[in-house]
Design a protein around this ligand. Structure first.
Ligand code: FE
Length: 194
Protein backbone atom coordinates (compact mmCIF):
# COMPACT_ATOMS: atom_id res chain seq x y z
CA UNK A 1 0.00 0.00 0.00
CA UNK A 2 2.84 2.35 0.98
CA UNK A 3 4.75 1.45 -2.20
CA UNK A 4 1.66 2.21 -4.28
CA UNK A 5 1.12 5.66 -2.73
CA UNK A 6 4.84 6.50 -3.21
CA UNK A 7 4.53 5.53 -6.86
CA UNK A 8 1.43 7.73 -7.32
CA UNK A 9 3.18 10.60 -5.58
CA UNK A 10 6.23 10.34 -7.87
CA UNK A 11 3.97 10.13 -10.93
CA UNK A 12 2.15 13.27 -9.77
CA UNK A 13 5.44 15.13 -9.34
CA UNK A 14 6.56 14.21 -12.85
CA UNK A 15 3.22 15.38 -14.29
CA UNK A 16 3.53 18.65 -12.36
CA UNK A 17 7.00 19.22 -13.83
CA UNK A 18 5.74 18.47 -17.35
CA UNK A 19 2.85 20.91 -16.95
CA UNK A 20 5.18 23.60 -15.62
CA UNK A 21 7.55 23.01 -18.52
CA UNK A 22 4.71 23.35 -21.04
CA UNK A 23 3.48 26.55 -19.38
CA UNK A 24 6.99 27.99 -19.37
CA UNK A 25 7.58 27.22 -23.06
CA UNK A 26 4.20 28.78 -23.94
CA UNK A 27 5.21 31.91 -22.03
CA UNK A 28 8.53 32.09 -23.91
CA UNK A 29 6.74 31.64 -27.25
CA UNK A 30 4.39 34.52 -26.46
CA UNK A 31 7.31 36.79 -25.54
CA UNK A 32 9.09 35.94 -28.79
CA UNK A 33 5.91 36.65 -30.79
CA UNK A 34 5.48 40.05 -29.11
CA UNK A 35 9.09 40.93 -29.90
CA UNK A 36 8.58 40.22 -33.64
CA UNK A 37 5.39 42.30 -33.77
CA UNK A 38 7.03 45.29 -32.12
CA UNK A 39 9.91 45.38 -34.58
CA UNK A 40 7.66 44.87 -37.64
CA UNK A 41 5.24 47.76 -37.05
CA UNK A 42 7.64 50.74 -37.45
CA UNK A 43 9.19 49.22 -40.62
CA UNK A 44 5.79 48.89 -42.27
CA UNK A 45 4.95 52.52 -41.40
CA UNK A 46 8.18 53.85 -42.94
CA UNK A 47 7.47 51.98 -46.20
CA UNK A 48 3.99 53.54 -46.43
CA UNK A 49 5.37 57.03 -45.79
CA UNK A 50 8.14 56.88 -48.37
CA UNK A 51 7.14 55.43 -51.76
CA UNK A 52 10.59 56.10 -53.30
CA UNK A 53 12.50 54.35 -50.52
CA UNK A 54 13.68 51.58 -52.86
CA UNK A 55 14.49 53.91 -55.77
CA UNK A 56 18.13 55.10 -55.53
CA UNK A 57 17.79 57.23 -58.70
CA UNK A 58 14.90 59.38 -57.42
CA UNK A 59 15.94 62.99 -56.79
CA UNK A 60 14.21 66.36 -57.13
CA UNK A 61 17.51 68.23 -57.29
CA UNK A 62 19.94 66.03 -59.26
CA UNK A 63 19.64 66.78 -62.99
CA UNK A 64 22.25 64.23 -64.11
CA UNK A 65 21.02 62.22 -67.10
CA UNK A 66 20.16 58.63 -66.15
CA UNK A 67 20.98 55.56 -68.18
CA UNK A 68 19.19 52.74 -66.37
CA UNK A 69 18.00 49.58 -68.15
CA UNK A 70 14.36 48.54 -68.09
CA UNK A 71 15.49 45.31 -66.46
CA UNK A 72 16.65 47.37 -63.48
CA UNK A 73 13.65 49.73 -63.48
CA UNK A 74 11.35 46.72 -63.34
CA UNK A 75 12.92 45.72 -60.03
CA UNK A 76 12.50 49.23 -58.60
CA UNK A 77 9.14 50.54 -59.85
CA UNK A 78 5.60 49.36 -59.10
CA UNK A 79 4.08 47.27 -61.94
CA UNK A 80 1.67 50.15 -62.75
CA UNK A 81 4.40 52.81 -63.06
CA UNK A 82 6.65 50.42 -64.98
CA UNK A 83 3.93 49.54 -67.52
CA UNK A 84 3.14 53.18 -68.34
CA UNK A 85 6.45 54.98 -67.82
CA UNK A 86 8.81 52.32 -69.20
CA UNK A 87 6.59 50.43 -71.68
CA UNK A 88 4.61 53.44 -72.98
CA UNK A 89 1.20 52.08 -72.03
CA UNK A 90 -1.66 54.53 -71.42
CA UNK A 91 -3.86 54.73 -68.33
CA UNK A 92 -7.63 54.54 -68.90
CA UNK A 93 -9.17 58.01 -69.48
CA UNK A 94 -10.94 59.68 -66.53
CA UNK A 95 -9.27 57.32 -64.06
CA UNK A 96 -6.02 59.14 -63.24
CA UNK A 97 -5.57 60.78 -59.84
CA UNK A 98 -4.57 64.13 -61.41
CA UNK A 99 -7.26 64.30 -64.09
CA UNK A 100 -9.73 66.33 -62.03
CA UNK A 101 -7.26 67.94 -59.70
CA UNK A 102 -6.46 71.63 -59.29
CA UNK A 103 -4.22 72.01 -56.24
CA UNK A 104 -1.32 74.47 -56.42
CA UNK A 105 2.10 72.89 -56.62
CA UNK A 106 4.74 71.20 -58.74
CA UNK A 107 4.61 68.03 -60.84
CA UNK A 108 7.64 65.74 -60.97
CA UNK A 109 8.53 62.56 -62.85
CA UNK A 110 7.24 59.58 -60.83
CA UNK A 111 10.26 57.53 -61.93
CA UNK A 112 13.21 59.86 -61.28
CA UNK A 113 11.86 63.01 -59.54
CA UNK A 114 12.75 65.43 -62.37
CA UNK A 115 10.63 68.63 -62.44
CA UNK A 116 8.09 68.60 -65.30
CA UNK A 117 5.18 71.02 -64.79
CA UNK A 118 3.89 73.82 -62.59
CA UNK A 119 0.18 73.68 -61.61
CA UNK A 120 -0.34 77.19 -63.12
CA UNK A 121 0.03 75.63 -66.60
CA UNK A 122 -2.59 72.94 -65.94
CA UNK A 123 -6.02 73.41 -67.50
CA UNK A 124 -9.39 71.66 -67.32
CA UNK A 125 -9.33 69.46 -70.39
CA UNK A 126 -12.19 67.19 -71.41
CA UNK A 127 -9.87 64.53 -72.87
CA UNK A 128 -9.74 62.44 -69.67
CA UNK A 129 -6.06 62.91 -68.81
CA UNK A 130 -4.27 65.67 -66.87
CA UNK A 131 -3.38 68.39 -69.37
CA UNK A 132 -0.91 71.28 -69.36
CA UNK A 133 -0.31 74.10 -71.87
CA UNK A 134 3.36 74.42 -70.97
CA UNK A 135 6.15 72.15 -69.69
CA UNK A 136 9.45 72.81 -67.92
CA UNK A 137 11.85 73.11 -70.89
CA UNK A 138 14.54 71.40 -68.85
CA UNK A 139 12.13 68.67 -67.82
CA UNK A 140 10.85 67.09 -71.04
CA UNK A 141 12.07 65.85 -74.41
CA UNK A 142 10.17 64.78 -77.54
CA UNK A 143 10.12 61.81 -79.88
CA UNK A 144 8.16 60.96 -83.03
CA UNK A 145 5.60 58.21 -82.35
CA UNK A 146 4.05 56.37 -85.33
CA UNK A 147 2.46 53.51 -83.35
CA UNK A 148 -1.26 52.53 -83.37
CA UNK A 149 -1.67 53.91 -86.91
CA UNK A 150 -1.24 57.52 -85.76
CA UNK A 151 1.40 60.21 -86.12
CA UNK A 152 1.97 61.73 -82.70
CA UNK A 153 4.70 63.36 -80.66
CA UNK A 154 5.62 61.44 -77.54
CA UNK A 155 6.68 63.39 -74.42
CA UNK A 156 9.47 61.87 -72.34
CA UNK A 157 11.21 62.82 -69.12
CA UNK A 158 14.47 64.50 -70.14
CA UNK A 159 16.40 62.93 -67.26
CA UNK A 160 15.28 59.27 -67.34
CA UNK A 161 13.54 58.93 -70.75
CA UNK A 162 10.35 57.64 -69.18
CA UNK A 163 7.11 57.91 -71.15
CA UNK A 164 4.87 60.71 -69.86
CA UNK A 165 2.25 61.06 -72.62
CA UNK A 166 1.82 62.98 -75.92
CA UNK A 167 1.71 66.61 -77.00
CA UNK A 168 -0.88 68.13 -79.40
CA UNK A 169 -1.41 71.55 -80.98
CA UNK A 170 -5.04 71.98 -79.87
CA UNK A 171 -4.37 73.49 -76.45
CA UNK A 172 -5.59 76.79 -74.99
CA UNK A 173 -3.78 80.18 -75.03
CA UNK A 174 -1.16 81.39 -74.49
CA UNK A 175 0.69 78.47 -76.15
CA UNK A 176 -2.00 76.54 -78.04
CA UNK A 177 -0.22 73.37 -76.88
CA UNK A 178 -1.78 70.46 -74.97
CA UNK A 179 0.50 68.17 -73.01
CA UNK A 180 -1.72 65.13 -72.46
CA UNK A 181 -0.13 63.21 -69.57
CA UNK A 182 -0.59 59.98 -67.64
CA UNK A 183 -1.21 60.60 -63.91
CA UNK A 184 0.79 57.46 -63.14
CA UNK A 185 3.94 59.06 -64.60
CA UNK A 186 3.54 62.11 -62.35
CA UNK A 187 4.30 62.93 -58.72
CA UNK A 188 2.72 65.99 -57.15
CA UNK A 189 4.12 68.19 -54.39
CA UNK A 190 1.62 70.73 -53.00
CA UNK A 191 2.89 74.26 -52.26
CA UNK A 192 1.28 73.94 -48.83
CA UNK A 193 3.49 70.94 -47.99
CA UNK A 194 6.82 72.48 -49.04
FE1 FE B 1 12.20 60.90 -65.07
Amino acid sequence: MLMQSKFICRKFNIMKKVILLILFSLFLQQCAQKKVDLTKQPEQKIMEDNTHKNNPYYSRTDKTKLNVSNEEWEKILSPEVYAIAREANTEYPFTGKYNEFDELGEYYCAVCGNHLFRSSSKFASTCGWPSFFEADKEGVSYKRDSTHGMERIEVLCKRCDSHLGHVFNDGPPPTGTRFCMNSVSLDFQADSKK
